[in-house]
Write a protein that binds this ligand. Structure first.
Ligand code: FVH
Length: 300
């Protein structure tokens, strides 16, 4: 983020960025690099210094920031912070577009859309599927939902940040998919940490050495997901099933091996209890559709 940008060639659409944490700074930096006129605001103004040195305009207030551009990207800690920041200057959103890239729930996205529309503003909700260093690089994508018109109008600008994937007019969809994807990542990392804790109880085993095996294993397992998804979508009998007895035996073994390795076994202990209850209730088979069905029942 060090090279100054020649702002005389910043002829692309003006954009405002609210929030210059790690992610907001990366977004503003990418827009500057792409030749946009970027106005920035942050609660702690010094965080804008590097961007201003590169050619960004520092707004003295949130109102000034909103008035500087037809499009504002908000990348703040959470929705409560976002509302607290925007409320005092909300009138300036009239006739403009707000895109929230702040992480929040589908209900918060819907509430914010209603609030923005009442102000005469267009609103898109976004979910960033990247870490700051990935912005404007390969592999990054951002999910958007909400009215189609503002997405089409600002798509070229949004594509500067990351591939822009539009999910439809139900404004809560981007947040739902974002958090569902994050949940899969969280559980993958939890599985990784558990596996490394087990494996490194073996004298001489390093996390790095073991992780080579783990990556090979998880990569091959990822390829089984589309077939499972097809089973979940279908009313036909699943293409792949295991007996509950087999799954229970494996869960017991993983719990026992965890304890022998001096590692917590709570996850497997709970799984054993649930599997025993299913078997006691007369169930015999385990499949992907059944796993999803049980989760949905537990949540309702
Ligand atoms: N960083 C990441 O990898 C993830 C990737 C996916 C998307 N998330 C979401 O992006 C939002 C911002 O994340 P961030 O990484 O920029 O977060 P921080 O570096 O912690 O910056 C937080 C900004 O929020 C401002 N802020 C916090 N509290 C207040 C407040 N009460 N009033 C006004 N602004 C506030 C903070 O300001 P300051 O501390 O610098 O003054 C930063 O600008 C977030 O939703 C992620 O879930 C990032």
């Amino acid at each position: 983020m060090n090279t100054p940008v020649n702002t005389s060639v910043n002829t692309k659409a003006p954009v405002t960025v609210l929030g210059l944490g790690l992610m907001g700074s990366a977004l503003a930096d990418a827009l500057l690099t792409a030749g946009h006129r970027v106005t920035v605001w942050n609660r702690t103004p010094t965080k804008a210094d590097a961007l201003v040195a590169r050619g960004a305009v520092r707004a003295g207030s949130v109102r000034e920031a909103l008035e500087a551009s037809p499009l504002t990207l908000s990348c703040l800690l959470d929705y409560d912070t976002q509302r607290a920041v925007l409320d005092p200057a909300a009138g300036a959103l009239h006739g403009r577009t707000l895109v929230s890239l702040t992480n929040g729930s589908p209900a918060q996205a819907r509430e914010t859309e209603t609030w923005a529309h009442a102000l005469g503003a267009s609103y898109l909700d976004g979910g960033i599927m990247a870490i700051p260093s990935m912005i404007a690089g390969p592999g990054a994508f951002i999910l958007y939902s909400g009215a189609r018109d503002p997405f089409d109008a600002h798509r070229a600008t949004l594509e500067v940040l990351a591939e822009a994937k539009y999910l439809g007019t139900d404004v809560g969809t981007a947040a739902l998919y974002d958090l569902a994807l994050l949940s899969s990542m969280d559980m993958m990392f939890a599985g990784f940490f558990h596996a490394v804790a087990m494996a490194t109880s073996h004298k001489g085993t390093t996390a790095s050495g073991f992780t080579e095996l783990l990556v090979d294993w998880l990569t091959s397992m990822v390829h089984s997901l589309p077939a499972m998804a097809a089973d979940i979508d279908s009313d036909d009998p699943p293409s792949y099933e295991q007996t509950l007895e087999l799954v229970l035996a494996a869960a017991r073994n993983m719990g026992d091996a965890s304890r022998e390795a001096g590692v917590r076994s709570d996850w497997f202990d709970r799984e054993v209890t649930e599997l025993e209850a299913r078997i006691a209730a007369g169930h015999t088979m385990h499949s992907a559709p059944e796993s999803v069905r049980l989760l949905k029942v537990a949540g309702s």
